[in-house]
Design a protein around this ligand. Structure first.
Ligand code: 3PG
Length: 306
């Protein structure tokens, strides 16, 4: 049995060591394809492997067609919008993610970005604190819940909207549930995005919602660039010089935005929310364990293409 770890953005060495141990202990073989620069390399590497671990790496129908022996793909992380689920299902390949494993890392970055925006991108001018500010969490999944937990340490007033999460779960976390999307944006100085990129959510956050935000509003996006309507965001930033946008996901129009909205936007050079040794270890080892559990016990608990 061969397990391939294919990561354009490699895991920390300690995570690879941990993955290797799990795979070795199971009697399987580990192959590594790190920092690859062309799809051809991936197509070749997947040819004879039974299991594949990826991060945000694109696993489309071409990759799945080339992977003749593949039985399972585990996305070591939360969002699986990089994997063509229908094609995997057609080939009878199980797709899993590792929910929660990197969520603290992403949640911590939310506050790094929010503080940076509140302090005017550290330009030395007078900024503002997080204490007593309102925070709206857009989607209360694993990352959203960690954001809520940390926000309490900052003494923030936290509310959350998530049509897929029961209000009681939100309340139990000491967070005010909100059902009206507009109210989430109009009622919170800081909004943190945690929605996945789906047909329903793509380009769903733009001019209309952003212009509802109170004065000095900050939108923090550690989710996916696709959920933003970039034209709408730019229009809102143009009309509302008090708004700021900070993101761990470089928009397509990053250069234009940096030029036009200098000091009010910030983008990490590449997606680094989950790029901590801890998150790499958690997600990477969970992925390896899930693969072993799948082959040894038929465990498909984390399957997402059901
Ligand atoms: C996720 O969906 O888990 C995060 O966006 C992390 O993605 P990454 O593994 O590419 O850093």
């Amino acid at each position: 049995m061969t397990v391939l770890v294919a990561t354009e953005k490699p895991f920390a060495k300690t995570a690879i060591d941990g993955i290797k141990k799990v795979i070795d202990d199971a009697g399987y073989k580990l192959e590594l394809l790190e920092k690859y620069t062309s799809k051809e390399e991936l197509l070749k590497a997947v040819e004879n492997v039974e299991a594949l671990i990826v991060r945000s790496d694109k696993v489309d129908s071409e990759v799945l067609d080339a992977a003749k022996q593949l039985k399972i793909v585990v996305r070591a992380g939360a969002g699986y919008d990089n994997i063509e689920l229908a094609a995997a299902t057609k080939h009878g390949i199980v797709v899993e993610n590792t929910p929660g494993q990197n969520s603290n890392a992403v949640a911590e970055l939310v506050f790094g970005l929010a503080i940076m925006a509140g302090r005017n991108m550290f330009d030395g001018s007078t900024g503002s604190e997080l204490k007593d500010k309102t925070l709206g969490i857009h989607a209360f999944g694993q990352v959203g819940r960690n954001v809520a937990r940390i926000a309490k340490g900052f003494d923030m007033a936290v509310s959350a909207l998530d049509p897929y999460c029961p209000a009681e779960v939100i309340e139990a976390a000491g967070v005010t549930p909100i059902t009206d999307l507009k109210a989430l944006y109009s009622g919170n100085k800081i909004v943190s995005l945690h929605i996945p990129a789906t047909d329903e959510t793509k380009k769903s956050v733009g001019y209309e919602l952003l212009t509802l935000m109170p004065k000095g509003g900050i939108l923090v996006n550690t989710a996916r660039k696709e959920v933003i309507d970039e034209e709408g965001l730019m229009k809102a930033l143009r009309e509302r010089p008090d708004l700021k946008y900070v993101a761990d996901v470089k928009p397509d129009k990053a250069a234009e935005m940096e030029e036009e909205f200098k000091g009010r936007v910030f983008f990490t050079p590449k997606k680094l929310g989950a790029q901590t040794a801890e998150a790499n270890i958690n997600a990477g080892i969970a992925a390896a364990r899930q693969i072993v559990a799948f082959f040894k016990d038929g465990d498909k608990r984390f399957q997402v293409n059901k």
